[in-house]
Design a protein around this ligand. Structure first.
Ligand SMILES: O=P(O)(O)OC[C@H]1O[C@H](OP(=O)(O)OP(=O)(O)O)[C@H](O)[C@@H]1O
Ligand SMILES: O=c1cc[nH]c(=O)[nH]1
Ligand SMILES: [Mg+2]
Length: 208
């Protein structure tokens, strides 16, 4: 597995804005979608292409299109929904496989409460989206579910990742690549990423 920290200036600028404690709900939501969009661009840059012929304005023209597996986007509820629009802007015909997981505040263990996966998920590449990779529990539980349903090509897009969570995901699922805007310093005693973004779900939904 490899971890890709996207150091592109637009990504770094936007993630910096998201860290401002005074950022509005509207602004945070917009930025989560925009960084999701830029991470999608990076995470799809090695997709295979094939040549095909079509009639262009001056006659037959050789063009290229994406070949191979189609994509399903997998937002982890709730906060993953904040990245979804940005991802779909680039992959508008992707199917969406929704996974509902929250992290128990005391134990930090993932609690699953919903899932509705694309029926042909075993034929697709999954792009899992969630702003935060903290202990890694939620992402590991999601990947476990996807693999149980036959999906064998999985990439994860997270806005911010903690080194502790990356290590756990790497150990559990060495075949899964992670794309992130920032590998942050560490987790605090409550399992929050430092410096992080705070509670991404609450910021996106305006619930605090
Ligand atoms: O890596 P972990 O330690 O599992 O933590 C990360 C998870 O925590 C947050 O979700 P949360 O439980 O706050 O749910 P929400 O999106 O509904 O707010 C976040 O969006 C991740 O899903
Ligand atoms: O820092 C963190 C960790 C888990 N969930 C969040 O929303 N933020
Ligand atoms: Mg939350």
């Amino acid at each position: 597995m490899s971890v890709h920290e996207i150091r592109h200036p637009l990504v770094q600028h936007k993630i910096g804005l998201m860290r401002n404690q005074k950022m509005s709900t509207r602004g945070f939501r917009l930025l989560a979608s925009e960084v999701g969009n830029l991470l999608t661009y990076e995470a799809t840059k090695d997709l295979e292409l094939e040549d095909y012929e079509q009639d262009g304005w001056c006659g037959p023209t050789t063009c290229q299109r994406i070949r191979g597996k189609k994509i399903t986007v997998v937002p982890i509820l709730r906060a993953g929904l904040g990245m979804l629009d940005g991802v779909l802007e680039l992959i508008p015909s992707a199917k969406i496989s929704v996974v509902g997981i929250y992290r128990d505040e005391e134990t930090l263990e993932p609690v699953s409460y919903f899932d509705k996966l694309a029926s042909d998920i075993d034929q697709r590449m999954s792009l899992v989206v969630d702003p935060m990779l903290a202990t890694g529990g939620s992402l590991i539980a999601t990947i476990d579910l996807l693999k149980k349903n036959g999906c064998d090509t999985i990439r994860a897009l997270v806005l911010v990742a903690a080194p502790e969570g990356i290590k756990k995901v790497q150990e559990a699922h060495p075949d899964v690549d992670i794309y992130t805007a920032s590998i942050d310093s560490h987790l605090n005693e409550q399992g929050y990423i430092v410096p992080g973004l705070g509670d991404a779900g609450d910021k996106i939904f305006g619930t605090k």
